[in-house]
Design a protein around this ligand. Structure first.
Ligand code: 26Q
Length: 804
C-alpha cells in the first residue's frame, strides 16, 4: 500500500470508526492498537496469499522449520518496519497527537519460548521472510506462554502468562479450522498383512483435533510473507460424546495449554512427550497432504520438501514421516527411509548432557505405539547395518534404544542428512566429544552454522537513536544489508561520530533509568557504567561469578568509603526454571545483595544492583540499547553459542567474556583489543576433567579475598539468605564448584579493572564500541539463514526485492 500520510490518517480514522465507533480523541491505546493491527494485517494479507500461490505454482522446494518454541515478542513495530510503514505511521501519529511507542506497548509479548532457542527461531523467521525464502515455521500455540516472573521478598514467584485476549485470540493469527488434522495418541496397535504392505490396526487410541493458527511472517520491503503455523489441540466433533466431564475435556486441552518452563530438562513428563508428538504429527500430516494435493510423486518428496528439527524436541518427525510413507503411502522401507533422511536436518543447541533428551520405552509406547515400533525398526536396521563393520562398543553407544531408553538426539542424527552446531567452538565440541561417535560414523553430516540475530529488531527497532546516527555517517544501505555496517570502521577516528555514539548511549541509559525508577523505585545515574547480564538463570552461565564480584566491590567500599571507583549499575534480567532450586537461590541472593547495597548510604551512587523482573523480549529491547558492558561469562565449553552477546555488541556494548560459544568468534572479528577476555578456556576446563585436579577449597583457603567474599554468603553480611547462602556456599566449597567460579574469580577481577581503566578514556571506549557495532554485522541472521538455505535445505530465494 503506497499511501501518503494524509491518506493513511483518513484510512486509520475510518477503520477506527468501523471497529469501535469512536474518534481518535476518545480512543484508548488498546483501541488504537487494535485498529492499527487490523490495517496492517489486511494490507499484507493479499501478499501473504500471493506468496503461497507462487510457491504452489512454481513447485519450488519448501522448508518447514519445526520448533517447539518461538519467542517473537511483539509484532506491531516489526511488521510496520518490514512493510515500510514505520516512518509514515510514526509521523502520522505525531500529527494526531498519538504516541506510537505507547500504543505498541499494549501488545502482549508472544512468549511461546524459554530463551535463546525460541528467540533464534523467531529471528530466523524474520530473516527467512526478509530474504525471500520459502520457509514456514511449525510449532505449538500454547494458551499460556512462559510464566510471568514476580519477586516477592526477593524470591521468584511464577504467575501464568495470559497473553491471549478475552476472546481467546490474538491480533496476528488466523484460525484455519478447515486445515485441521487428526492426531492419534495412545492405545494399541497390531499389524495385519495386506497384499503389499503391513496395515496397522489401532485399538483404543484417542483422536485429537489439531487446529492450525497461522501468523504471517512479513519480509522486509520485499512482497513476501511466510507462515508460522501454530497448532492447538481440540476435541474432534465426532468424539464429543466421549468427553462428558470437564476433567475429560481438560485432558485434551491440556496438550497445548502451557509451555514447559524448563529450558534444559523436562524429560520424564508424559504431557511434554505428548506435546512433542502432537505438533510433529499435525505438521507432518499437513505437509504431506499439501504436497500430494498437487500430484507430485510421493517417492520423490525430498525434491520439494525439507524439514528442519530444531533441537531434539521435534525428533519424532523422523518416525512420523516414516509412518506416513509406510502405512499410508505404502512405500517400501528402503524408499521411505531414503526420502526421510534426505528431507530431515537437525540442529543441536546444547552440550550439557543432562539436557540431551531421552524417553523410556514404556512412555513412548504409551504416547504412540506405532511410533515406538518404527523407532525400534530404525534402531534394529541401524545396528544390523553396522554389525561386523565397526566396533561393537561404538554401535552400542550410538544406537537409538539402549537400556530401555530412547535417545532422541540419536534418532535425529541417524534419521537426517545434516547435524549442525550453533557456533564454531560448539560444533568442534560436538565432533570431538559429545557426538564424537556419530562423527566417526557420518563425518559428512556434521557442519557448523553460527547463530545470528535479526538486525532489524535489535538495532532498527530497539535503538532508533543509534540507527539514525549510523544513517548520517554511512547512509542507510545497512538497513537492507547489514554487512554495510562494516563501513563504520572508516569512521573510527571521526571524533564527531564517536561523540555522537556516546550521546546516543547516554540518552538510551537515561531512558532506562526512568524504567528502573518506575519498576524498582531505585534511582540510578546514567553516568555510571551500565553492566548488563541478561539471560536465563543457570549455574553454567555464572550469574554467581558476577554476584561475587559485586560483593567484593561492596566490601572494598565498606572498608574504604572514599575509594574512587567508576560508578557501576549492575543490571540483571533472568528467569529460573520453577523447579531449578539452585537457580532460584541465586536469584534470592542477588536480590538481597541488591537490597543491601542500594540502601546503604555509605555506598552512595558508586554501586547499584538492579534485578529487573520478568525479563523477556520486550524488556531486552529496552535494556540492550542502554548497556555499556555485556557479561558473557559462562564456563568455557558450556554455552553452545549465546545470542545476547551478539545483540549487545550490535548496540555498542563492550563484551567481558570467556572463550565460550560465539564469544570466540566475536573475539576473532573485533580483535583482542576490542573485547575483554578472561578465564579458563575449553582445553583447560577439559584438562581439569581429565586430571580430576580442581579443588575449589584450595582457592577458598589460599586466597583471602575469595575467602572473605564467599563467607558473606553465610556470615550474615547479606541478610535473609541463610538457607540460600549456605546452599551456594556449599556448592562453591565442599561440592567443588562444578563451574569453576572460584578458579576464574581473580582473572575476572583483573579484566574488570581493565574495563574501568578503559572507560576512563571515553574516546577510546567509543571507538571500541564503534568497532563492535560494525563487526556485529557478521552475526546478521540474514546471512545465517542463507547458509542454512544453501547448504542444508537447498531452497531458493523466491521474490525479487521490491517495495510492498
Ligand atoms: C528438553 C527436554 C524436555 C523439556 C524441555 C527441554 C528443553 C527446552 C528448551 C531443552 C532445551 C531448551 C532450550 C535450549 C536453549 O535455549 N539453548 C540455547 O540455544 C541458543 C540458540 O542456539 C544458544 O545460543 C544457547 O547457547 C543455548 O543455550
Amino acid at each position: 500500500m503506497e499511501l501518503t500520510k494524509k491518506e493513511f490518517i483518513a484510512v486509520f480514522k475510518k477503520r477506527l470508526n468501523q471497529k469501535y465507533a469512536i474518534d481518535v480523541s476518545d480512543a484508548c491505546n488498546s483501541e488504537l492498537y487494535g485498529t492499527l493491527c487490523s490495517l496492517v494485517k489486511s494490507s499484507y494479507s493479499a501478499v501473504w496469499r500471493q506468496t503461497w500461490k507462487d510457491f504452489v505454482k512454481e513447485h519450488d522446494k519448501q522448508t518447514y522449520y519445526f520448533s517447539i518454541e518461538y519467542l517473537p515478542g511483539k509484532l506491531l513495530k516489526s511488521n510496520l518496519l518490514n512493510m515500510g510503514w514505520y516512518d509514515l505511521v510514526n509521523s502520522a501519529f505525531e500529527d494526531l497527537g498519538l504516541d506510537l511507542n505507547a500504543i505498541a506497548a499494549v501488545e502482549p509479548d508472544m512468549a511461546l519460548g524459554n530463551g535463546g532457542l525460541g528467540r533464534l527461531a523467531s529471528d530466523f523467521m524474520d530473516s527467512l521472510a526478509s530474504e525471500g525464502y520459502p520457509v514456514n515455521g511449525n510449532g505449538i500455540r500454547y494458551k499460556y506462554g512462559l510464566f510471568k516472573q514476580r519477586f516477592v521478598n526477593g524470591y521468584q514467584v511464577e504467575l501464568p502468562d495470559e497473553w491471549l485476549n478475552s476472546d481467546g485470540g490474538n491480533a496476528w493469527e488466523i484460525r484455519r479450522a478447515s486445515k485441521s488434522v487428526l492426531v492419534r495418541i495412545g492405545g494399541h496397535v497390531r499389524l495385519v498383512q495386506e497384499k503389499n504392505y503391513l496395515k496397522p490396526v489401532y485399538e483404543d487410541a484417542t483422536l485429537i483435533r489439531a487446529v492450525p493458527y497461522d501468523v504471517g511472517m512479513v519480509g522486509y520491503h520485499n512482497n513476501h510473507v511466510n507462515t508460522l503455523r501454530l497448532w492447538s489441540a481440540e476435541i474432534p466433533e465426532s468424539e464429543e460424546s466421549k468427553y462428558p466431564t470437564i476433567e475429560d475435556r481438560r485432558q485434551v486441552e491440556d496438550i497445548t495449554a502451557v509451555l514447559y518452563p524448563d529450558d534444559s530438562n523436562e524429560s520424564g513428563r508424559l504431557l511434554r512427550l505428548k506435546q512433542e508428538y502432537f505438533f510433529v504429527s499435525a505438521g507432518i500430516q499437513s505437509i504431506i497432504r499439501h504436497y500430494k494435493k498437487y500430484g507430485s510423486p510421493i517417492d520423490q518428496i525430498s525434491q520439494e520438501v525439507a524439514i528442519h528439527i530444531n533441537d531434539t524436541h521435534p525428533a519424532m518427525c523422523v518416525a512420523e514421516f516414516m509412518r506416513i510413507l509406510l502405512d499410508e503411502e505404502h512405500l517400501s522401507w528402503d524408499t521411505a527411509w531414503n526420502q526421510t533422511v534426505r528431507v530431515m536436518s537437525y540442529t543441536n543447541h546444547t552440550i550439557m548432557s543432562e539436557a540431551l533428551e531421552t524417553w523410556t520405552v514404556p512412555m513412548l509406547n504409551e504416547i504412540q505405539p506405532r511410533i515406538l515400533q518404527i523407532i525400534a525398526e530404525i534402531d534394529h536396521r541401524f545396528v544390523a547395518a553396522l554389525a561386523g563393520k565397526v566396533d561393537g562398543g561404538l554401535i552400542e553407544r550410538t544406537r537409538i534404544i539402549s537400556a530401555g531408553k530412547v535417545h532422541m538426539a540419536h534418532l535425529a542424527i541417524i534419521g537426517s542428512h545434516s547435524t549442525n552446531g550453533v557456533a564454531k567452538l560448539h560444533t568442534d565440541l560436538l565432533k570431538s566429544d559429545v557426538l564424537h561417535d556419530f562423527y566417526t560414523l557420518y563425518p559428512d553430516r556434521f557442519n557448523n552454522k553460527t547463530n545470528g540475530i535479526a538486525v532489524r529488531r535489535w538495532l532498527q527497532i530497539a535503538n532508533p537513536r543509534l540507527a539514525k546516527v549510523i544513517d548520517q555517517s554511512i547512509g542507510s544501505d545497512w538497513r537492507q544489508d547489514a554487512s554495510q555496517l562494516l563501513k563504520l570502521i572508516d569512521y573510527s577516528t571521526d571524533n564527531s561520530l564517536l561523540d555522537q555514539l556516546g550521546a546516543v548511549k547516554l540518552a538510551n541509559k537515561r531512558d532506562l533509568t526512568y524504567l528502573i525508577k518506575q519498576e524498582t523505585g531505585i534511582t540510578v545515574s546514567p553516568n555510571a557504567i551500565f553492566d548488563v547480564q541478561i539471560k536465563r538463570l543457570h549455574a553454567y552461565k555464572r550469574q554467581l561469578l558476577n554476584l561475587l564480584r559485586i560483593i567484593k566491590l561492596y566490601l572494598d567500599l565498606k572498608q574504604n568509603p572514599d575509594l574512587e571507583i567508576i560508578p557501576r549499575v549492575f543490571i540483571f534480567g533472568a528467569k529460573a526454571a520453577p523447579s531449578y532450586h539452585y537457580a532460584k537461590s541465586i536469584i534470592k541472593c542477588i536480590n538481597e545483595t541488591a537490597n543491601l547495597i542500594n540502601h546503604d548510604a555509605t555506598i552512595q551512587d558508586k554501586l547499584k544492583v538492579i534485578f529487573l523482573e520478568n525479563y523477556g523480549v520486550s524488556l531486552a529491547e529496552k535494556i540492550i540499547p542502554a548497556a555499556d558492558v555485556s557479561e558473557q561469562i559462562s564456563t568455557a565449553s558450556k554455552e553452545a553459542s549465546g545470542t545476547s552477546n551478539m545483540k549487545l555488541m550490535l548496540n555498542g556494548a563492550l563484551t567481558v567474556a570467556t572463550l565460550d560459544g560465539a564469544n570466540v568468534e566475536i573475539k576473532q572479528y573485533v580483535g583482542d583489543d576490542n573485547i575483554f577476555i578472561f578465564g579458563l578456556n575449553k582445553q583447560e576446563v577439559y584438562q581439569y576433567y581429565r586430571d580430576h585436579n580442581y579443588h575449589s577449597l584450595d582457592y577458598y583457603h589460599n586466597n583471602p579475598i575469595i575467602h572473605r567474599v564467599v563467607d558473606t554468603l553465610v556470615d550474615g553480611t547479606i541478610p535473609n539468605i541463610s538457607a540460600e547462602g549456605h546452599e551456594i556456599y556449599d556448592s562453591l566449597t565442599y561440592l567443588n564448584d562444578e563451574f569453576f567460579v572460584l578458579r576464574d574469580f581473580e582473572d575476572y577481577l583483573r579484566v574488570q579493572d581493565k574495563v574501568d581503566e578503559t572507560y576512563r578514556d571515553q574516546h577510546k571506549w567509543n571507538k571500541m564500541s564503534l568497532i563492535n557495532i560494525a563487526k556485529a554485522s557478521y552475526f546478521s541472521a540474514d546471512e545465517t539463514v542463507k547458509r542454512y538455505a544453501e547448504t542444508i535445505w537447498h531452497v531458493k530465494q523466491l521474490s525479487e526485492k521490491g517495495d510492498m
